[in-house]
Design a protein. Structure first.
Length: 142
């Protein structure tokens, strides 16, 4: 005759593990949703982007000598973005360099501000507008 206690032990351990996972997920959600002012701050910290600031706009000019990019923002102002060897630049899923950027590219920048109002970029992503299927009208600007 076979004993049932190993099966019961496995079921109990599985239930305890599932309960722990659910409890951990609940604590994570509560920590995210109860942070006054910045509910996603914890996610930024998880990805190493704490104290980050950013900008979204189109590239107005690129100075390859000083490795600086000037963005034209939606509100009509400009933002100077500094690029260094640690800056990650991407277009779609491809990593590119500063020389691959061109005036008119729409970009998102995440970085650290300095006391002169410039942003030292940690990450620049070129926004790629996907083409519409035939017969779907004209694309709207990003």
């Amino acid at each position: 005759m076979q004993t049932k206690w190993p099966r019961i032990v496995l079921i109990v351990l599985g239930a305890v593990l599932a309960l722990c996972l659910l409890l951990g997920a609940g604590i994570f959600v509560v920590r995210l949703s109860h942070r006054p002012g910045r509910p996603m701050e914890l996610l930024w910290q998880m990805f190493g982007l704490n104290n980050g600031h950013g900008a979204v706009g189109s590239i107005q000019s690129i100075d390859s000598q000083t490795q600086a990019v000037t963005l034209h923002l939606r509100d009509g102002t400009t933002q100077l973005v500094l690029v260094n060897k640690d800056t990650r630049i991407e277009k779609g899923r491809t990593r590119i360099t500063l020389s691959d950027l061109k005036a008119g590219d729409r970009v998102t920048v995440i970085g650290t501000p300095d006391n002169q109002g410039r942003i030292t970029a940690r990450w620049i992503r070129v926004l790629v507008q996907s083409p519409l299927p035939p017969g779907q009208g004209t694309p709207t600007p990003i």
